[in-house]
Ligand binder design. Structure first.
Ligand SMILES: NC(=O)c1ccc[n+]([C@@H]2O[C@H](COP(=O)([O-])OP(=O)(O)OC[C@H]3O[C@@H](n4cnc5c(N)ncnc54)[C@H](O)[C@@H]3O)[C@@H](O)[C@H]2O)c1
Length: 342
């Protein structure tokens, strides 16, 4: 029988279900069980899916039958969980963002490298059919030289959402609209346009009672010379589908949420590109109204990467780039100065 990777889930809140269902759907993985600092959360999730609730995270990490763990804790705890898992010899798949500071990202990256373990990050939007298609177009040079672009994320999150858990909206454990919600779009822009060189931003907490920002805008200059604008908020009435536009010397493309809805390229026949399975994202209104397809793809790929001894589809360094850009935007907003990105 083909070897299957045994995966445990750490953190049994909202997103953990996506991981459980993705492991159960993967032919190359088996679900070892779930663990949470709140044992009752682990017991409840385990009962729902007929799997094992470990008594503690330490017990899961000490179980030699567990090959890998998926880390679904609040973002500010990703680093401590990832480092403990790597120390215990487990491969890791970490939810976005890899960590809320570049320094923590670097600690995780260094440890994974030192231990020689497979390590990846969930960043599912880049596997959306529209983003994949646009990336091919950019790579093939169909848009010519990329001049500018925009990423607009006018989302809505209620005060109840931020009040639902003490980590939400805090600088130490979450970050604001750009670090939590916006990071999917930021990752897509980096995936499409390559490394960023500098960022200049503004931010404010305009409508919520929370520590971090609920509204941010920034301008980003890429190493390629392209300059884009990014807007993110969780204060927009009803929210609006995520909007991406990329403008080049020979064409421009617009993605609205999951669909390429405009493609203006000389001599290029096109049809709207969207998810083949019709999976729809309404993440701009509700954090859990998102498709599970990206998670399923990434969990299967993670298990395959372990079995084949290769890098997973989104290695840790990719999330570090997005965290660095967002941390840079925050720093720029605080200091009033543009921030260079390394
Ligand atoms: N990829 C996506 O689209 C997506 C969607 C939602 C959330 N997320 C990410 O997933 C993570 C979790 O978000 P959520 O909405 O599920 O949060 P949540 O608050 O619903 O769940 C977090 C769970 O982790 C547990 N926990 C806290 N500290 C822990 C620790 N040190 N060890 C073990 N368990 C611990 C909590 O008890 C809770 O059950 C965040 O980083 C978030 O950014 C990603």
């Amino acid at each position: 029988m083909e070897k299957k990777v045994s995966i445990g889930i750490i953190g049994c809140g909202a997103v953990a279900r996506f991981h459980v269902e993705s492991v159960l759907a993967a032919e190359n993985a088996i679900l070892a069980g779930v663990a949470d600092v709140r044992q009752e959360s682990a017991v409840a999730l385990a009962a729902e899916y007929g799997t094992r609730a470990y008594a503690s995270v330490e017990q899961m990490l000490g179980d030699p039958s567990v090959d890998a763990v998926s880390i679904c804790t609040p973002s500010g705890f990703h680093a401590s969980c990832a480092l403990a898992a790597l120390e215990a010899g487990k491969h890791i798949l970490v939810e976005k963002p890899l960590a809320v500071t570049v320094e923590d990202c670097d600690r995780i990256i260094a440890s994974a490298k030192e231990k020689g373990l497979t390590a990846g990050v969930i960043s599912q939007f880049r596997f959306n059919a529209s983003v994949r298609h646009l990336r091919e177009m950019v790579k093939e040079g169909r848009l010519g030289k990329i001049i500018t672009g925009e990423l607009l994320m006018k989302y809505y999150r209620s005060q109840a959402y931020y009040d639902s858990s003490s980590w939400r909206g805090t600088w130490a454990l979450d970050g604001g609209s750009m670090m939590n919600q916006g990071i999917h779009g930021v990752d897509a822009m980096l995936y499409l346009l390559g490394p960023a060189e500098s960022v200049s931003g503004y931010m404010d907490t305009m409508t919520h009672k929370m520590e971090a920002e609920d509204t941010a805008v920034c301008a980003v200059k890429f190493k390629s010379g392209a300059m884009i604008v990014i807007q993110s908020t969780t204060s927009a009435y009803k929210g609006a589908p995520r909007h991406i536009s990329i403008v080049g010397t020979q064409g421009s493309v617009v993605i609205t949420e999951d669909t390429i809805e405009k493609c203006d390229v000389e001599g290029y026949e096109w049809e709207p590109v969207t998810e083949e399975n019709g999976a729809k994202n309404l993440g701009h209104q509700n954090p859990m109204s998102i498709s599970c397809e990206g998670h399923k793809f990434q969990l299967r790929d993670f298990a395959e990467a372990i079995l084949e001894g290769r890098e997973p589809a989104v290695p840790l360094i990719e999330s570090r780039r997005a965290v660095a850009l967002i941390q840079g935007a925050y720093e720029s907003a605080r200091t009033g100065k543009a921030v260079k990105l390394d």
